[in-house]
Write a protein that binds this ligand. Structure first.
Ligand code: 6LW
Length: 506
């Protein structure tokens, strides 16, 4: 199958099928708009058709800490409607929220908060219409700290979010840490409970159990784990957190998350957790089997330019659907009307170290990538950044006569600067250059990141760093690289974000 199915930071995939069409959703954490919805006709190609959270108040993202916000969603189609349950975590997060929509492209409802305590909720109905929410349950210890309770389940009133029963414990895997990501399916009268365990890092896995009812009792499959990359030298690691779907022709597939680490030791994934897909078959004893995630079919090069046309479509307030902002909607960060054809960013005196940067970004989605922005800094200071979070980012920043590249990695900082000519308009570039597979580059464990400025018609390199600093392993982040323009001070106008990239041949 074609992998990654959804490249770039797109973890915790969930999928449902309606007739011949699949709908997929992934987690967005502190980024908005929240929860992209993808459509696919073949589980090979996906198209972004909208987002669940496009209005203020649907999620509490504006005040969530890094690592909080929108965690693993589940999407289902039931009773003629689409249903999505998702944890909106920490800080100003609302808790576990249930959204509905007639059209998966939106609009989605304002959401009701469910009376459950846990993460990774799943929603399922039995033949009588009883609604079950199954989750990775959380409890509070006497000292106030949180503890994992394993997989738990309540009956729910899906209209109000009220829990209609006390949480019951369910099968919680084979002993791996953090039993999470439960999904419940009824297949020919048998109920299957599929979960992830082992943590979302190298120990990650998918395991499964079955039982006579949605409440169990469940017995684990004899061949668990269904999927894991732990201990393997496969190009895709950390595989786990899956969701099953039956195709219209009766065959099955699993979407799941994984990483594409770069180093010899299978560490340092530049793009964080991405979405993959594998075929699933059933044995004579009625158990599913999934194939490991392989990178056997490489994607075509990606080439795209994001502009800010005056006659922009109304959806997403005129922004390209791939554009995200941090703890804010792109519309709150950039003004598309001040200067037709440009996105105006107005600095607030803070840079990318701030939790609320004035920043528009797109995901790095190929192993090799060249990202270029065209800015006007005649009345401000701003640049191009590649970000994991406020603690770790690579900034190429320009004023009318100076350009500075600064790598910030959790308290360490190094800068390279050079004067520039050319006035207000400036083109800045960040290049991610991975070594050929199986070879490491001296002094680099991941890819090589360089910052460049166009000066006198030529690209001039400012400096370079090991991309391992901008990996999910170094940052211990749930997200991935997001890259784009930002403003520090004054007015910075953005004319275009250009992305070209390609995966490395293996
Ligand atoms: C998610 C959990 C996990 O809730 O990481 O892979 C958490 N697994 O299931 C955040 O994505």
């Amino acid at each position: 199958m074609r992998n990654p199915l959804i490249p770039g930071f797109h973890p915790d995939p969930s999928v449902c099928r309606v007739d011949g069409t699949y709908y997929l959703v992934t987690s967005t954490f502190e980024y908005l708009p929240g929860i992209p919805v993808f459509r696919s006709d073949d589980l090979e190609h996906v198209e972004l058709i909208g987002h669940v959270a496009v209005r203020d108040g649907q999620l509490g993202t504006t005040g969530v800490p890094t690592g909080g916000g929108t965690w693993a969603p589940t999407i289902r189609h039931h009773d003629g409607r689409f249903w999505l349950v998702v944890p909106d975590m920490m800080g100003t997060g609302r808790g576990n929220v249930l959204f509905t929509a007639d059209d998966p492209a939106g609009p989605w409802s304002d959401g009701v908060v469910m009376d459950v305590f846990g993460i990774d909720p799943d929603i399922a109905w039995d033949a009588d219409g009883t609604c079950y929410v199954t989750m990775s349950g959380l409890g509070i210890e006497d000292d106030g700290s949180m503890k994992h309770l394993g997989i738990t389940q309540v009956r729910l009133d899906p209209e109000t979010g009220a829990a209609l029963s006390e949480p019951i414990p369910l099968w919680s895997g084979t002993g791996g840490m953090f039993p999470e990501a439960p999904h419940l399916y009824e297949v020919d009268g048998t109920w299957f409970l599929m979960i992830a365990e082992g943590g979302t890092e190298r120990g990650h896995s998918v395991t499964i159990a079955r039982g006579p009812s949605p409440e169990g009792p469940f017995e684990g499959a004899p061949h668990n784990p269904l999927v894991t990359a732990r201990g393997s030298d496969r190009a895709v690691q950390n595989t786990g957190h899956g969701d099953l779907v039956q195709r219209a022709d009766g065959t099955w597939a699993m979407v799941l998350l994984g990483t594409r680490p770069r180093s010899m030791t299978r560490a340092f994934a530049p793009m964080g957790r991405e979405t993959f897909v594998v075929p699933v078959t059933w044995d004579d004893a009625g158990w599913p089997h999934a194939e490991p995630v392989l990178l056997d079919d490489r994607h075509a090069p990606v080439e795209r330019t994001i502009t800010f046309p005056t006659e922009a479509p109304a959806a997403l307030d005129g922004f390209d659907g791939e554009v995200v902002a941090v703890r804010a909607f792109p519309r709150d960060v950039a003004d598309l009307t001040a200067r037709p054809g440009w996105a105006r960013l107005t600095g607030r005196g803070v840079g990318m170290a701030d939790e609320h940067p004035v920043f528009l970004g797109i995901r790095q989605c190929t192993e090799a990538a060249v990202v270029t922005v065209t800015l006007d800094v005649s009345a401000g200071v701003g640049g191009l950044t590649m970000r994991y979070d406020e603690h770790t980012h690579l900034d190429v920043e320009a004023t009318a006569d100076l350009v500075t590249m600064t790598m910030t990695a959790r308290g360490l900082q190094q800068s390279w600067a050079r004067p520039r000519t050319g006035g207000g308009e400036v083109r800045l570039r960040v290049v991610a250059d991975p070594p050929p597979v199986g070879r490491s580059v001296l002094g680099s464990s991941c890819d090589r990141l360089t910052g460049l400025v166009e000066d006198g018609g030529a690209w001039v390199e400012l400096g370079g760093v090991d991309g391992a600093f901008l990996s999910s392993d170094f940052t211990e982040s749930f997200t991935g690289r997001v890259v784009g323009p930002y403003a520090r001070e004054g007015v910075v106008d953005v004319r275009a974000i250009e992305y070209t990239g390609q995966d490395v041949q293996r």
